[in-house]
Design a binder for this molecule. Structure first.
Ligand code: GLU
Length: 595
């Protein structure tokens, strides 16, 4: 995989075919960003993970089996984004029952977590973000392994043990280091260099591994096989859990660090009982209508489902069409800002269902959309709406904007029509930088997704730390049905930009009528209720002049937004599997029977 400049075209695809790890026997076929055909489909950011998922489908496994096997492989090949040290949200469409279900495998805070968790007692000010991140304080109780286990038991057809084995083989035999993998280590070298286990795995000889060298992870392979033999209790009750708690409570800081780290590395308070008390949740998905589509997303503690639905509802009030791209983008940016204002003010782990339900109604969308002017952008930040008002009257406080860069997303569909849309993460690229010694996986820093101080004063902030609380997420695994049949499944990493990336791909596909690969490749912009829009350079050069004329302002460009995966369902049981043609070094889409 190579990092290429972001281009809004798909004709580059052929140049970007990438081969999966040769260690994986089923993966001889090079994979590109688009695949069409039948029999099942997989899209991930990584060719080896996609190949593993396709192999499971070929051998008769269903979408859940393939998703779990691919996810476990990403734990080896995308270790800086996701793995059993983290958490995520799993959305499943059961074709026979025609039902969408979700698993909330989000990390939770320790039972002793206080609102002041990220306030330095020495001076009563919040920790610097990096100081909070590279510490034991940031680590939430991981939910990923429990998610895989529950998904396999509830909806899979194979044992978790058998689904971990292909990933364990990749860990043993290795995979080729690409430019993205190397760069993610280089960006984290100072943090990784503070811990012997992280150094040994990712800074061989004190530097990031060379592109083209073989990366192995025998410790994680052994951890997967231990789980396969003894079950997930080894993490939640047993020896792996003991090592996690030890790492959190006594960060294993190296006596021979590589590079220097500017902050003290603080211990956290996670205990063995936090691990043994960890519980998955199975919340009902968010559900809303957009034109003739029904959109299902992830409910709290993710804000993704609510924010995507609210923004789509606002867009629907505008009568958008393919013929006026500037108008569509203007409303896209305004709808994003308005939904972010509401999300920041109202959405957190404990938001009452009544409030969540209200935020995704058409009447709420009307109350919010009435502020948008066709010819002049709103001044940002916009205030959130007033839940008790009925007219066009905003409340009086604004909100923050956040951005992360890590996380990974995968989309799988099987020949029976079942779908998995799964986003999982360890938060920042590289998580909290601590590989659990002897176990081969990085710990998350998910608790830094809490706001460190009240961002909504004088109103309450729904996303402050608390005992056992789960931090608000932006992850937006989304499944869209049309006339009761699967139409599209999609998701992306990118912190708070996840919401706008998912929204923009839907806008491109459904409103602007682009093909799915074009909708994925198109240049992106993100307006999260702050003064300047964050945009990829090609978005600003293409659409900036027309949008600036309407009063929109752009912040500094960002090289890229998101790393999405998606599958579209075509008539007669066909699939268009789609991954990024360029972002994050390009993704890998495949189908069981290519057309
Ligand atoms: N921790 C973020 C969230 O849950 C995701 C991080 C990322 O995608 O970079 O929203």
């Amino acid at each position: 995989m190579r990092i290429l400049p972001v281009l809004g075209v798909t004709s580059l695809s052929a140049a970007l075919l990438v081969a999966p790890s040769p260690a994986f026997a089923g993966g001889a076929q090079p994979l590109g960003p688009t695949a069409t055909g039948y029999g099942g489909a997989v899209s991930t950011v990584d060719p080896t993970a996609t190949a593993v998922g396709l192999d499971v489908l070929r051998k008769g496994g269903n979408a859940v089996d393939a998703a779990v096997a691919a996810a476990a492989t990403l734990g080896i090949t995308e270790p800086f984004s996701a793995g059993i040290g983290g958490g995520g949200f799993f959305v499943y469409y059961d074709a026979r029952k025609r039902k969408v279900s979700t698993i909330d495998g989000r990390e939770s805070g320790p039972a002793t977590m206080k609102e002041t968790h990220f306030i330095d007692p020495a001076d009563n000010t919040p920790y610097d973000f990096q100081e909070a991140r590279v510490s034991g304080l940031s680590v939430g109780t991981p939910g990923t392994l429990a998610t895989w286990d529950a998904a396999a038991r509830k909806w899979g057809s194979k044992s978790l043990s058998s689904l971990l084995e292909p990933a364990a083989r990749v860990g043993d035999k290795g995979f080729p280091v690409d430019a993205t993998f190397r760069q993610q280590i280089a960006d984290n070298a100072a943090a990784f260099g503070q811990f012997d286990a992280t150094k040994a795995l990712y800074l061989p000889g004190g530097a990031p591994p060379a592109v083209g060298s073989t990366q192995r992870n025998p410790d994680l392979a052994a951890t997967y096989r231990l789980i396969a033999r003894k079950g997930i209790d080894v993490l939640y009750e047993g020896e792996v859990g003991r090592d996690i708690v030890k790492t959190v409570q006594n960060p294993p800081v190296s006596s021979t660090p590589v590079g220097t780290w500017a902050f003290p590395i603080r211990p956290g308070t996670m205990t063995k009982s936090d691990l043994s008390n960890y519980k998955l949740r199975f919340p009902a998905p968010t559900k809303s209508k957009f034109r003739d589509l029904t959109v299902y997303g992830m409910s709290t503690p993710s804000s993704g489902g609510v924010a995507v639905s609210e923004a789509l509802n606002i867009l629907e009030t505008a009568g958008l069409s393919q013929s006026d791209v500037t108008k569509a983008l203007h409303y896209y940016l305004e709808a994003s800002a308005l939904s972010f204002a509401d999300r920041n003010r109202y959405v957190g782990a404990y938001t009452p269902q009544k409030v969540l339900d209200k935020l995704v109604t058409d009447s709420w969308a009307k109350q919010r959309a009435c502020q948008i002017k066709p010819n002049a952008a709103l001044v940002k930040p916009v205030p959130p709406g007033d839940l008790n008002a009925t007219g066009c009257t905003p409340a009086t406080v604004g909100g923050p904007t956040e951005q992360g860069q890590s996380t990974t997303n995968l989309t799988v569909a099987d020949r029976w029509g079942n779908i998995v849309e799964y986003t999982f993460t360890i938060e920042q690229t590289g998580g909290n930088a601590m590989v659990v010694p002897g176990r081969g996986f990085l710990l998350n820093n998910e608790l830094t997704d809490f706001n460190f101080t009240n961002t909504q004063a004088p109103a309450a902030d729904p996303n402050l730390p608390g005992p056992n609380k789960r931090p608000r997420s932006s992850m937006s695994p989304t499944i869209v049905l049309k006339d009761g049949q699967p139409f599209l499944a999609l998701g992306s990493p990118g912190g708070a930009t996840i919401i706008t990336t998912v929204l923009q791909i839907l806008l491109n596909r459904v409103v602007l009528g682009q093909s799915l690969p074009d909708a994925m490749a198109a240049p992106r912009a993100s307006q999260r209720n702050s003064a300047g829009i964050q945009a990829e350079p090609s978005f600003r050069t293409t659409y900036g002049p027309a949008l600036t004329a309407l009063g929109h302002t752009f912040g500094p460009d960002v090289p890229e937004l998101g790393a999405a995966t998606a599958i579209e369902f075509t008539r007669g049981g066909g699939f268009i599997a789609s991954a990024e043609p360029a972002r994050r070094g390009a993704g890998a889409a495949g189908v069981v029977h290519p057309r």
